[in-house]
Every structure is written in structure tokens, then in C-alpha cells.
Design a binder for this molecule. Structure first.
Ligand code: HPA
Length: 234
């Protein structure tokens, strides 16, 4: 057991999917995995292990934001020997041509978080995805004939900012969308010499303020999950 995850050694697979929402972890386990078993419910941050196409896969909720994902991913890499971590999350678009329900493969994550300032003493580290996983996700989307957009994202510490136009500077420099976890996931994967990838479904737009129906969200989410699972087991 680690402090925040109550699994016994061997109960967590080498590949773990990481949704922010613990209820989504349960949904993913029940919907996409065979024979899922819950290994932890500490703080209701559920974790499950099952199989997909015969291979063991776990799914662990991370909570929202860098401090929360940092706790779970540190423990997964350090205490449970996890080798591959694939975030499956949502993000807000900051580019006009990136639409609701689009799928983003996060190549790198800029951030306004203080975490890497503390870690690197003011130097600017560039958190990046594992190329092996980027390629698998890209190939799996292409094989299904689904569009994916690969590019830079922003991991922000503030969902509610005082300046509502703050995202425009990130957009000017080519970032695609805002979310709140990937910079820390990629940094920890580099530290522990593991592989990480973030797949993000666009859930809202800071430009158009478009909304999507629950059904449309579900379809986009299912596509992302299929690509995440193919990437996990290939
Ligand atoms: N900002 C930060 N994180 C998000 C957003 C957003 O607009 N949408 C989904 N996750």
C-alpha cells in the first residue's frame, strides 16, 4: 500500500489509464475492461484492474490539477512499478479550428504551474510525451479513420482566472487547448524513466463557448477510450 492508493503489490497493471474523475474510472472499468476488480477506494479515488484483449490494464482516477495528479502518478511509478501511463481527459479549445469533440494527442505541455519552478529552481523544463505512445495513438486513430490533432497543450493551475483573456498568449504561441494535469504527468514520467501520454477530448471552447450534448460527449469519449486502450495494449 502507498499513502493514497490501497493496492497490494501486483494488483496494478504495468499500463494505467488516468481519468481525472474517479466515477469515470469506474465507468471505464465497467464498460471497456473484462473482469475488472477494484484495488483502491482511498478518498473515493477509485482504481481498477481488468483486461483488454487479454492484457492487464488498470484505470486510476487522479483528481483535478497538478498537485492531485502528482500524488497518484508518483505513487504509481515509485511504489507500483507502473511503466506506461495514459491520461484520458478533457480540455478547453483555444484555437478556432479545434472544435468540440476533437481528439488531441498532447505532444508537450506548457504550464503556469509553480510545480516545475520549484523542482527546477527557475529553469524552464519542457515536459514532452513519449514518442512511442504518440506513434501508437496516432496510428490507431488513423487505422480507424478518425481524426486526431497532435500538438502542444497548456496545463493551467487556474480554471477560474481573474483575466478571462489570459489564454490568448498561449494561443498566439501555438498551444491548442487548456487542461490541468499533463505537464506534471510528463515530468514525472521523465524522472522515473517511464512512458506517458495524454489524450484529450475537447469539451468546451474558450473562443465560441459552444456546448455539446451528453450523447455527443459520450461518442467522442468512447473514441478516445478505444484509442487509449489500443495504445495501452499494442
Ligand atoms: N480550462 C482548464 N481545464 C479544462 C478546461 C478549461 O477550459 N476545459 C476542460 N478542462
Amino acid at each position: 500500500m502507498s499513502i493514497h492508493i490501497a493496492a497490494r503489490p501486483g494488483e496494478i497493471a504495468e499500463t494505467v489509464l488516468l481519468p481525472g474523475d474517479p466515477l469515470r474510472a469506474r465507468f471505464i472499468a465497467d464498460t471497456f475492461l473484462e473482469n475488472p476488480k477494484q484495488y483502491s477506494d482511498v478518498r473515493n479515488m477509485s482504481g481498477f484492474t481488468g483486461t483488454y484483449k487479454g492484457k492487464a490494464v488498470s484505470v486510476q482516477g487522479t483528481g483535478m490539477g497538478i498537485p492531485s495528479i502528482s500524488i497518484y502518478v508518483n505513487e504509481l511509478f515509485r511504489d507500483y512499478g507502473v511503466k506506461r501511463a495514459i491520461r484520458v481527459g478533457t480540455a478547453g479549445s483555444i484555437q478556432e479550428d479545434l472544435k468540440i469533440r476533437d481528439l488531441v494527442i498532447a505532444l508537450s505541455a506548457s504550464t503556469d504551474s509553480a510545480a516545475n519552478n520549484l523542482r527546477f529552481g527557475g529553469r524552464n523544463y519542457a515536459p514532452a510525451a513519449a514518442f512511442s505512445l504518440v506513434r501508437k495513438a496516432w496510428d490507431s486513430a488513423a487505422a480507424k479513420g478518425w481524426k486526431a490533432i497532435a500538438g502542444q497543450v497548456v496545463s493551467s493551475d487556474m480554471f477560474y482566472t481573474d483575466d478571462p483573456g489570459e489564454w490568448k498568449l498561449w494561443a498566439k504561441y501555438g498551444c491548442l487547448c487548456l487542461e490541468m494535469e499533463t505537464a506534471e504527468l510528463y515530468t514525472l514520467a521523465a524522472k522515473y524513466r517511464r512512458e506517458a501520454l495524454s489524450l484529450l477530448t475537447i469539451s468546451d471552447s474558450l473562443i465560441t463557448h459552444e456546448l455539446t450534448t451528453a450523447e455527443e460527449r459520450q461518442t467522442a469519449f468512447t473514441r478516445m477510450m478505444e484509442i487509449a486502450l489500443e495504445t495501452a495494449v499494442s
